[in-house]
Design a protein around this ligand. Structure first.
Ligand code: F6P
Length: 349
């Protein structure tokens, strides 16, 4: 019987379990057995794997996290790491490997394909939604749904105390989570890494909003640079460990000082990555997982399943991982239209 390995790497996110489930169910129907590689590329380096049968995955569509465990291990940064991955590919008798991840995990898959012709297929996941070549990644919808709920709660308590509230969300170097959360929660100011924070503009708008509503809300991405960024710790993929930046708290102090209005900050951090996947994430994860098993069967290695419009199909892993998908200009115009219009409307009233 042919065998497919499945791994989940990088930060976990809701949707991984439904995606594992659909790969296993589809692979089984195509005549493959599956092996669950434990904790991402770490498991491929150590050869740690467990059989994954249809009955193992049947109930997991609603489970958060990943039953396979995950890690931020980069085989290219470990002595003998790549060789170990290739050796274990043979030792575990894998005919193919389905790697689920974001730019880092899939970047490794892409390199293994390019350099060693490894039989890999990628499944895009990340709450950051920053992977190119696909319209959305699963995990994002759930993360934003959680963040919008948090924002609404902050507005309730902020309104009671006549405060300005700052919500810091994750999203690494792309502002998608802050952008969607801010728009959906009706925030008065949205700070994303793609745009330098204009402190004067922000404080003016917040003061005006607070004057109208007795509360104002800022949604800020963890990666914004308030001009105080010095040397930072990096992970194995060279990313800054952003939780140490503390932008929410810093913004809150800055706003309180500039506006004279009491301001509080909240950081929801990893809460955005837990819990059951939303309907959208369950369906997307299921679809991309199914298609990944089909791509293996069709021998389309070096590809990642992408959502484009309403279709899911393979695109080159290279295309998906060579450039980060950040927030483009047209979205900034939408933000300006939403937050700016209210101020203008009031000025003219
Ligand atoms: O990439 C997903 C993500 O949640 C980022 O938004 C965040 O910066 C990072 O992971 C946090 O990583 P960790 O779980 O290692 O603290």
């Amino acid at each position: 019987m042919k065998r497919i390995g499945i791994l989940t790497g990088g930060g976990d996110c809701p949707g991984l379990n439904p995606a594992i489930r659909s790969v296993v169910l589809k692979a089984h129907s195509l005549g493959y057995e599956c092996l669950g590689i434990q904790e991402g590329w770490k498991g491929m380096i150590s050869g740690s794997a467990k059989p994954l049968k249809p009955e193992d995955v049947e109930p997991i569509i609603s489970w958060g996290g990943t039953i396979l465990g995950t890690s931020r291990t980069n085989p290219y940064k470990k002595e003998g790491g790549t060789q170990a991955v290739l050796e274990n590919f043979r030792k575990l008798s894998l005919d193919a490997l389905v790697a689920m991840g974001g730019e880092d995990t899939l970047g490794v898959a892409s390199k293994l394909f390019r350099e060693h012709n490894a039989r890999v297929v990628g499944v895009p996941k990340t709450m950051d939604n920053d992977l190119s070549a696909t319209d959305y990644t699963f995990g994002f919808d759930t993360a934003v749904t959680v963040a919008v709920d948090a924002a609404q709660r902050l507005l309730d308590t902020g309104r009671s105390h006549r405060r300005i509230m700052v919500l810091e969300v994750m999203g690494r170097h792309a502002g998608w989570v802050a952008l969607y959360t801010g728009i959906a929660a009706g925030a008065d100011y949205i700070c994303i890494p793609e745009r330098k924070v204009d402190v004067t503009d922000m404080t003016q708008r917040l003061k005006a909003a607070h004057g109208r509503k007795n509360v104002a809300l800022v949604v800020a991405s963890e990666a914004i640079d308030l001009g105080d960024v010095k040397e930072e710790k990096l992970d194995e993929f060279g990313h800054m460990i952003l939780k140490e930046r503390g932008v929410g708290e810093k913004l809150s102090e800055l706003i309180q000082k500039a506006t004279g209005i009491e301001t509080r900050a909240a950081v929801i951090g990893h809460i955005q990555r837990g819990g059951p996947p939303t309907l959208f994430d369950r369906i997307l994860a299921t679809r991309v997982g199914l298609r990944a098993a089909e791509l293996v069967h069709e021998g389309r290695f070096g590809q990642m399943v992408a959502l484009r419009g309403d279709q899911v199909d393979g695109v080159p892993l290279e295309e998906a991982t060579s450039k980060l998908k950040t927030v483009p200009r047209e979205w900034l115009d939408i933000v300006d239209a939403l937050t700016g219009t209210r101020v203008l409307a009031r000025a003219g009233a």
